[in-house]
Design a protein around this ligand. Sequence first.
Ligand SMILES: [Fe+2]
Length: 232
Amino acid sequence: MFVKQFRYSADNLGYLLYSANEAIAIDAGAVQETIYFAKKNKIQIKYLINTHSHHDHTSGNKEMLQKTDARFIDCTKIKSDEKISLDEEILNIIFTPGHTDDSITFQADDFLITGDTLFNCTIGNCFSGNLKAFFQSLKRLISFSEETRIYSGHDYVKESIQIARGIEKDNFYIHEYIKKYNPQLVVSLLGDELKVNPFLRFNTPGMINILKKQNMPVDTEFERFNSIMEIF
Ligand SMILES: [Fe+2]
């Protein structure tokens, strides 16, 4: 399965996932570009879906449905893992509540489309208020192979790197990470996220030390995650 990323608005990222002939549009805010790309490559946009129901992700839905024969799949109705097939290939939908109650992640081959759950070098806000669910969702995502490519819902890389650098000044990998950043194609490897993304580093000795110095609870994984969320 192939991933085509489209940038729209200030920093939103939408996607077209496609196999031989069929595609699914995800957060298709870049409507014209997405349709043009599909036509040029002779791909049928079979489905339209969102990573969650926030307006900046659903803004292209109406126009996309007017201009194509795509079938709309409502992410707010998804309450557990599901599967979608494109040609003969399977796209997994992973139910990842936390940022919102209706946040989902798409997985196939070696990639994840993470919406506002996991960003490159940061994570989303926990707008649902259910921090435990958010933590469990993130744990599921980081359990994939370190070679997994992370495609998220926004390009927040520049500002997130500054924050990561502020938190872990001595983290050598942050310098390596910024060298790989390309605003034309915003993607990172999960292995690199685990080295720089402060919100995923709740088990590293360096981060645990930082939390201890601030007298934050560090006994359990969730306590450490919660502490990082509270401080930063
Ligand atoms: Fe969002």
